[in-house]
Each structure stands twice: as C-alpha cells, then as structure tokens.
Design a protein around this ligand. Structure first.
Ligand code: THU
Length: 135
C-alpha cells in the first residue's frame, strides 16, 4: 500500500470523528506489516478525560483483533473542512506506538493532503522512548 492510499483512508476515517466539544476532527489509518488497514477517529466525551484520540482508536481496534505487527500510520486533523496544517500525534499516542512498534522502523505519516505529507520514523517523534525493550 502506498502512502497516498493510507492518507486517503485516514481522511475517510476523519469523517467519523465524534467531536462535539473541540470540533477538531482527527483521522488515522494504521497499516499492519501484513498489509491490512485499521482506521480510527477521535471520540470525545462530555466528561472530557475519556476522550480517545484517533491514533489510539486505530491501535486499539487492531490490537483487539489480534494484530501486533505494524508498519505505518497516517494521521490527518483539523477543524471542519480539508486539513490546513499537520496534526502531530500527542504524547500519549506516541507512547502507545512505542509499545507495539519498532521506533527505528515504524513510519508516522502526518498529512495535510495526499500530496502534502511528512514521513518520520517513530524514533524521531519520540526520541529516547521507553518501551518493552527497556524492561
Ligand atoms: N486528538 C487526536 O485525536 N489525536 C492526537 O494525537 C491529538 C489530539 C484529538 C483529541 C481531541 O478530540 C481533539 O483532538 C482535540 O484535542
């Protein structure tokens, strides 16, 4: 699967964002090493703290289906309409990536559109991360 297709799926996932409090819509598309994609959106809550980010929605869907091997994630975010800027994953989501992904291998694609994106390794997004190999 190419990056453009993964970004397209993240944009599709973003349409499902449940964001009555922030109106900030995020979509993610998580690619397994076997080539399967799990989509996720952010899901907010009237009590605020139970809010789940799009990236973690995608990861938790995948892991709960037995997936453990991941290649890349595409992330798009912004207020209603087409994204205008990069939406970087929050620290909690980076930590969840660290749990399941090799920081030297896993690609984090932040995108404005299918044409405009940044592609970084998890290691660059979370330097000196604490993960399973730390224990
Ligand atoms: N959000 C995500 O979905 N992913 C991130 O990595 C950063 C923030 C969501 C959470 C909340 O619904 C909204 O964006 C504003 O913080």
């Amino acid at each position: 699967m190419d990056k453009k297709e993964l970004i397209r799926l993240a944009l599709e996932a973003r349409e499902m964002a449940y964001v009555p409090y922030s109106n900030y819509m995020v979509g993610a598309a998580l690619l397994t090493k076997a080539g399967k994609v799990y989509k996720g959106c952010n899901i907010e809550n009237a009590s605020y703290t139970p809010t789940n980010c799009a990236e973690r929605t995608a990861f938790f869907k995948a892991v709960s289906e037995g997936e453990r091997e991941f290649a890349a994630i595409a992330i798009v975010g912004g207020y209603a309409g087409a994204p205008t800027d990069y939406a970087y994953p929050c620290g909690v989501c980076r930590q969840v990536m660290m749990e399941f992904c090799d920081p030297k291998e896993f690609c984090v694609i932040t995108a404005v559109s299918e044409e405009e994106y940044l592609d970084k390794k998890l290691e660059e997004m979370l330097p000196h991360g604490f993960g399973p190999s730390s224990l």
